[in-house]
Design a protein around this ligand. Sequence first.
Ligand code: ZN
Ligand code: ZN
Length: 107
Amino acid sequence: MTPQEKPYPTGMALGPGRSLELDWSDGHQSSFPPRYLRERCRCAGCINEWTGAPILDPSTIPPNIVPAEVAPVGNYAVQIQWSDGHSAGIYSFDFLRKICPCCQEKA
Ligand SMILES: [Zn+2]
Ligand SMILES: [Zn+2]
């Protein structure tokens, strides 16, 4: 047996309503509503890199925000190009797993 690795996505798709659907190596499935992900963007324009304090005002996010394009970054993250033109956000797999909506509810 190899040491237990962190779960990583084995499949990625845009689902109904263009939610981001991820299949994980441990069998878990996540579905991220677009707005939920956009609010959690961690780029330097949305989060203070030093303090972690949010800069982004969620009320400025268009209600109909959707990912226009989702591209893999290396083998550790995805970059999402948003319909509002924002594209600096990189979501690491670790981070995505941490903010998985279904796991949040249980916590
Ligand atoms: Zn951002
Ligand atoms: Zn979950």
